[in-house]
Write a protein that binds this ligand. Structure first.
Ligand code: DX5
Ligand code: ZN
Length: 233
């Protein structure tokens, strides 16, 4: 836990809570972020979508640049874009501390991972729910973290896909067997019901959008998720 805390944030729970601003009120983004920080969030998840790799368009570099000025917690840019290698390093320059790229979107992911690290950020590899763990085989060693999608990427507010829990357990085991310190992140459909199972299965970072910003009190929502996620310990 200490090691991961130094690597990413200053967590007090056995995992990092990463609210996704996709579900935030963009007219009050600064306030929303202050609230989740007060609730104990140590990572801020930023969903970047291009309308091609996924059927939705969200935000990009200028927003990350602005976010960097209003928060000290780690910015985690999740790139759901085609040709992510063209932009990954720019997200680090804009202020991201972590940048993740989908294997499905990048035939040159080894190069992209290297570019992210060269700029000084943690590099993540993402796989969709239907992409097997085997797709990570040759790149796992190079990734600082792996993000397992627990919904099909593109939208907030979808239902968690249960078999991803077993996928997470299996990947945790592979990471252990290989003696790696790769962090594991889960993204999509996380709520208070499922979060303890996710942390028990081995997640180090847990993303939640609607379960945080869809609530009246996002600070309390983060606290509650951190509490529920620590329940199994
Ligand atoms: C989905 C995004 C997620 C999303 C999570 O494509 O990658 O980060 O914002 O939202 P919830 O927690 O509402 O499923
Ligand atoms: Zn995401």
């Amino acid at each position: 836990m200490g090691e991961i805390a130094t690597k990413i944030g200053e967590r007090t729970a056995p995992f990092e809570m990463a609210p996704s601003i996709l579900s935030a009120d963009f007219t009050r983004l600064g306030e929303e972020i202050a609230a989740v920080e007060a609730g104990g969030a140590t990572v801020l998840h930023v969903d970047v979508m291009d309308g091609k790799f996924v059927p939705n368009i969200t935000i990009g570099l200028p927003v990350v640049k602005s976010l960097r000025k209003c928060t000290r917690i780690k910015i985690d840019a999740h790139l759901m874009i085609e040709e992510p290698g063209r932009y990954a390093a720019d997200f680090v320059k804009a202020g991201a501390d972590m940048v993740s790229v989908h294997v499905e979107a990048d035939p040159h992911i080894h190069r992209t991972i290297g570019a992210i690290k060269a700029e000084g950020a943690l590099a993540g590899v993402v796989i969709n729910p239907a992409t097997p763990i085997a797709a990570l085989d040759e790149i796992l060693h190079y990734a600082d973290y792996v993000l397992l999608m627990s919904v099909n990427p593109g939208f907030g507010g979808q239902k968690f896909i249960p078999p991803v829990l077993d996928k997470l357990r299996r990947l945790k085991e592979i990471v252990r067997e290989r003696g790696l310190d790769t962090l594991l992140e889960i993204d999509g459909g996380v709520d208070e019901e499922i979060i303890a199972d996710i942390v028990a299965a081995g997640a180090d970072i847990v993303v939640a959008g609607s379960a945080v910003f869809g609530k009246d009190d996002p600070a309390k929502a983060v606290r509650d998720l951190l509490d529920s996620g620590s329940d199994w310990v």
